[in-house]
Design a protein. Structure first.
Length: 202
C-alpha cells in the first residue's frame, strides 16, 4: 500500500502568524485554494482507493477536488492538528516563540507529558496517531490519500518510521507538501519527503 500524506493549503492565519491548532477551524485563502488545485492537477490520475482528512475545514477544502471524483472519503479526528491550548487564535510573539522552543526542548529530552496550558502533549499526539497508524494497517487499499496538518504530519513521520517522538521537531512541512510512504505489510518506508514540485511547475 502507498500512503500519500500531504498538508493542507495556506490559510489567512498562516500568513498572519496566528496560531491555529485543532481549536481554530480556519478556511483556505486564495493562495491555499490555488495550492490545493495545483496538487490536484498533479495527482488526479492516481487511482486512490480512499481519501482521509481531519475534521477541520482547511484539510477538507484542500482535498475537495479529489472528493468530487467520488473517492470514498473519511473524516478522522485523530488527524486534527495538535492542540495549542490558550495560544490558539493569538498572534505569535517573542514570549510564545521562546515557550515553544522550550516545549520542543522538553520533548527532545523525553518529557513527552509537557504541554501548554490546555494544549496537547507529545504523549497525547503519540497516542492518537499511533491509533491512526494501526488503522492504516487494517486497510486492504492499494493507494490512500491523507490530508492533515503540519504538526500532525511531523508526529506521523516519526511514528510511521518507528522513531521516538523526540524526532518530531526535525520534520517541517510546507503547505500542500507531499510525503509518500510504502507499507509492505509490516513496516512503513518513506519514499518522498515534503515534495512541492506541483507548485514549482506553476
Amino acid at each position: 500500500m502507498e500512503i500519500y500524506l500531504y498538508r493542507h493549503g495556506q490559510t489567512l492565519y498562516n500568513t498572519q502568524g496566528i496560531i491555529q491548532g485543532r481549536g481554530v477551524d480556519s478556511s483556505l485563502n486564495e493562495t491555499g485554494a490555488a495550492q490545493a488545485q495545483a496538487f490536484f492537477e498533479a495527482y488526479k490520475d492516481v487511482a486512490f482507493d480512499r481519501l482521509i482528512t481531519s475534521t477541520l475545514k482547511r484539510t477538507q477544502e484542500t482535498a475537495r477536488p479529489f472528493e468530487a471524483l467520488g473517492i470514498p472519503t473519511e473524516r478522522r479526528s485523530d488527524l486534527d492538528e495538535i492542540g495549542w491550548g490558550e495560544w490558539e487564535g493569538k498572534k505569535a510573539d517573542k514570549a510564545m516563540h521562546e515557550a515553544y522552543l522550550g516545549l520542543l526542548q522538553a520533548w527532545a529530552e523525553g518529557d513527552y507529558q509537557k504541554s501548554l496550558v490546555g494544549g496537547d502533549s507529545a504523549a497525547d499526539m503519540g497516542l492518537r496517531l499511533t491509533g491512526f497508524m494501526n488503522y492504516l494497517r487494517t486497510l486492504n487499499d492499494q493507494k490512500v490519500l491523507v490530508c492533515t496538518h503540519g504538526g500532525c504530519m511531523a508526529y506521523l513521520m516519526a511514528i510511521l518510521q518507528g522513531q521516538p517522538l523526540s524526532y518530531m521537531p526535525k520534520y517541517k512541512h510546507k503547505n500542500t507538501g507531499l510525503c509518500l510512504f510504502h507499507y509492505d505489510g509490516t513496516n512503513f518506508h518513506l519514499k518522498l519527503q515534503d515534495d512541492i514540485s506541483h507548485l514549482n511547475n506553476k
